[in-house]
Ligand binder design. Structure first.
Ligand code: SAM
Length: 285
């Protein structure tokens, strides 16, 4: 009946469903975006408070079941079901997002939400436990990674509750967790491409020193190319004696981070590092 490729694990425990919706702090004026409503266990609860729900469901059979569930009821008019792939759907305005997410799209789902404008107030999302732990991980934690820092750059992320796998049907391989994501509004005024370019370098081996991660030939090659492009676009002379490796080391030393490791650095450290690189005309995209 259920399609494993679509991550269809229906939430069976009504107390968990109620808990998720309560944590959203919905107002009667809210438009809620729900990703993957399935048979509608969360949807009907959201409709008790919210003004309107826009639900994006990929599986037409489940979408049809949800239509049936509200048919002829007053809620019907306040529910708009869009059938299709969330990642390919142009999103409407929404105040809050609630989702027992299809796990195979966890990461692109978050970034699609964070890129949407205007920014939403908060998102209550259920993920596989380890993915949720990555989202909330802080410098020094085992699971701290590029995902942690990229999401935390744009949002406050909190762990809300653990949900054991037996609360679902069919039950998945691993336990889940619910997190709350509240985007910072306005978002930090930095280029994400540039930031992520830097993160890709330093988090490849997060326990190595920054100097070691920057000294690899492939990294230096990319940085040198970017440097030359930047100089020519800005009508700047490229030194005959250009030694990109030394330039990079100088920047790392200027902020006292040559021997630092990404595993222990936080957002403020990396913002400082990125600024220092940019001051030296070194860019990451
Ligand atoms: N919300 C329901 C619940 O809590 O019982 C179902 C959650 S189930 C974990 C994930 C749902 O997302 C399924 O209904 C699945 O068909 C749907 N889905 C999977 N991939 C999707 C995608 N790319 N876009 C939209 N919906 C998707």
């Amino acid at each position: 009946l259920f399609n494993k490729d679509l991550g269809q694990h229906i939430l069976k425990n009504p107390l968990v469903a109620q808990g998720i919706v309560e944590k959203a702090g919905l107002k009667s004026t809210d438009t809620v975006l729900e990703v993957g409503p399935g048979t509608g266990n969360l949807t009907v609860r959201i409709l008790e408070t919210a003004k309107k729900v826009v639900a994006v469901e990929m599986d037409p059979r489940l979408a049809a079941e949800l239509v049936k569930r509200v048919q002829g009821k007053p809620e019907q008019k306040r529910l708009n079901i869009m059938v299709g792939d969330f990642l390919k759907t142009e999103l409407p305005y929404f105040d809050v997002c609630i989702s027992n997410t299809p796990y195979q799209i966890s990461s692109p789902l978050i970034f699609k939400l964070l890129e949407h404008r205007p920014l939403f107030r908060c998102a209550i999302l259920m993920f596989q436990r380890e993915f949720a732990m990555r989202l909330i991980a802080k410098p020094g934690d085992n699971l701290y990674c590029r995902l942690s820092i990229n999401v935390q750059l744009y949002a406050k992320v909190d762990h809300i509750m653990k949900v054991g796998k037996n609360n679902f049907k069919p039950s998945p391989q691993v336990d889940s967790s619910v997190v709350r994501i509240e985007p910072y509004n306005p978002p930090p005024p930095i280029s994400f491409k540039e930031w992520d370019g830097l993160m890709r370098i330093v988090f490849v081996r997060k326990n190595k020193t920054l100097a070691a991660n920057f000294k690899t030939t492939s990294v230096l090659q990319i940085i040198e190319n970017n440097y030359k492009t930047f100089c020519s676009l800005n009508n700047m002379m490229i030194e005959d004696t250009l030694d990109i490796k030394q330039k990079v080391i100088n920047v790392l030393q200027s902020v006292d981070m040559a021997e630092s490791r990404a595993a222990k650095l936080g957002i403020d450290d990396f913002l400082k590092l990125l600024y220092a690189f940019n001051q030296a005309n070194i860019h990451f995209c």
